[in-house]
Write a protein that binds this ligand. Structure first.
Ligand code: ZN
Length: 259
């Protein structure tokens, strides 16, 4: 007799094996095994320190030099600079190589999918990247490492070298619009898939979370893999609460079987 976990793997395997076109959405949960804390989980950055959310709120960032100073300090020690991809990221590279992954949408800004070997052409960074700095005024973009190298006690909040404006990581803060072209690509990928896999996202941030609805409305089966319940669990064909690395390892086993 199958136990509950085996049943879940079997359903997941059947869904994935039958799908010609798969779209994946990843959130912070896939990178926690790489040492990058999530935001809203039990040990999340904002759960432990609600004040930290101000650094990711555009109005506070623009209005308050102290918020920017703390944001630059936080960036200099960000775990993304030394993090390595984990088995979860690598499993999605295997899924891509099976030829059925049409897009890898991510809410993460750590570039670990690309570093794991995912084709940058299929990765859609909904919330931008921390590896690039962008001027809020002239929109000049520069490598984050170059700007971090300028940060010092005398220059705690380095201005844009082109126009003197405020620099920020090229990530989407609260109160900041997503790039419309990025949203368009994501909606298209959600509309065109047979299976939409949402992995490690609390599915509480729009418009990313709403992509689940877009996919289901277009006829896709939604699979939610997350440690905690999400607002979209009721829409899902399958909800998996097992650890992400374990779930994606099961998926990789399936892919090995179909190739
Ligand atoms: Zn500028």
């Amino acid at each position: 007799m199958l136990d509950a976990a085996s049943y879940v793997w079997r359903v997941l395997n059947e869904l994935v094996a039958d799908a010609a076109r798969i779209t994946v959405l990843t959130g912070a949960g896939i990178s926690t095994d790489s040492g990058i804390p999530d935001y809203r989980g039990p040990n999340g950055l904002w759960t432990r320190n609600p004040e930290a959310a101000r650094m990711s709120t555009l109005a506070d960032y623009v209005a308050d030099p102290e918020v920017r100073r703390r944001a630059w300090q936080s960036r200099t020690t960000h775990p993304a600079w030394t993090a390595q991809p984990n088995d979860g990221h690598r499993a999605l590279v295997a899924l891509e190589r099976s030829g059925r992954l049409i897009a890898l949408l991510t809410q993460n800004v750590d570039e670990l999918h690309q570093r794991a070997g995912s084709d940058p052409g299929i990765v859609v960074e909904l919330h931008g990247t921390i590896w690039t700095a962008e001027c809020l005024d002239c929109h000049a973009r520069t490598p984050m490492a170059d700007e971090l190298a300028r940060v010092s006690d005398d220059l705690p909040d380095p201005p844009c070298r082109a126009c003197g404006g405020i620099l920020k990581s090229a990530t989407i803060s609260f109160g900041q619009q997503l790039d419309p072209l990025v949203v368009e690509r994501a909606v298209k990928a959600a509309t065109q898939c047979d299976v939409f896999l949402a992995i490690g996202s609390s599915l509480t941030v729009q418009p990313a979370a709403g992509l689940c609805h877009v996919a289901v409305d277009a006829g896709a089966a939604l699979v939610v893999v997350n440690a905690e319940a999400t607002p979209y669990d009721g829409l899902a064909a399958l909800v998996i609460r097992a650890p992400i690395s374990e779930t994606l390892a099961a998926l990789t086993g399936t892919l090995g079987g179909v190739r």
